[in-house]
Design a protein around this ligand. Structure first.
Ligand code: AMP
Length: 221
């Protein structure tokens, strides 16, 4: 892939954004900016932002636009992102999308492509129920669809895998409702800009990845 590319991954929780982002990191060295990971890091560090974020995340609600935009703005123009980046979990509201366009245009940048991973709710619920994480690296697994080599252990470090609190069933339903109400309108927003590409996210991770790479290759230079 030729020039720095700026990608948004759009899709419900559990659509495979994180898994696909990981593959792109491994193959192309892209930088992944996951607002969920940044907020969890803020919570673990005990910062003020983390305290605000925790109560919203625990209930399956969104963290306020101002906080999230602030943490993205702090990272997106850093040298680490000069080779391109993937936004994972951001934007999640029309207000965030508008603000993102504004701050990017101030830096003569723009989003090149929005990859929408389409997955129906019933599959999302099954996938999330089986999701397990290696906390230190963010590597994710699924006990049904993408199991670790040794049950309950990270493939690289052998450390224990955990289930996220907000992956418990009642919270996931609320996260899905929030997605449909507040995030799905972004599909239309990016369709109008002509940069939305929809990909069927129900197949195997390998096939989805092949399609994503094809889509990225077709992005005009
Ligand atoms: P994720 O890891 O992307 O599923 O995000 C976990 C949680 O972090 C979400 O359920 C939200 O509470 C919060 N969060 C992550 N990204 C955003 C965002 N762009 N706007 C608001 N809240 C967010």
């Amino acid at each position: 892939m030729k020039k720095p590319i700026h990608i948004i991954f759009l899709g419900p929780p559990g659509c495979g954004k994180g898994t696909q982002a990981q593959k792109l990191i491994n193959e192309f060295g892209f930088v992944q900016l996951s607002t969920g990971d940044m907020l969890r890091a803020a919570i673990n560090s005990g910062s003020k932002i983390g305290k605000h974020a925790k109560s919203a995340i625990d209930k399956g609600n969104l963290v306020s636009d101002d906080i999230v935009i602030g943490i993205v703005r702090d990272r997106i123009f850093n040298a680490e992102c000069a080779g391109g980046y993937m936004l994972d979990g951001f934007p999640r509201t029309l207000a965030q999308a508008d603000k993102l366009d504004q701050i990017l245009s101030e830096h003569h940048q723009k989003i090149d492509v929005v990859i929408r991973l389409c997955v129906p709710d019933d599959l999302v619920l099954r996938r999330i129920a089986g999701r397990r994480f290696h906390l230190a690296s963010g590597r994710s697994y699924n006990i049904e669809f993408n199991p670790p080599l040794i049950e309950g252990k990270d493939d690289i470090t052998g450390e224990q895998l955990v289930q996220r609190e907000d992956d418990k069933e009642e919270i996931v339903q609320s996260r899905l409702n929030t997605y449909h109400e507040l995030t799905e309108p972004l599909v239309r927003y990016y369709q109008k800009q002509g940069i939305l590409r929809a990909i069927d996210g129900t197949g195997s991770p390998e096939n989805i990845y092949t399609e994503i790479k094809q889509t990225l290759n077709d992005v005009p230079a």
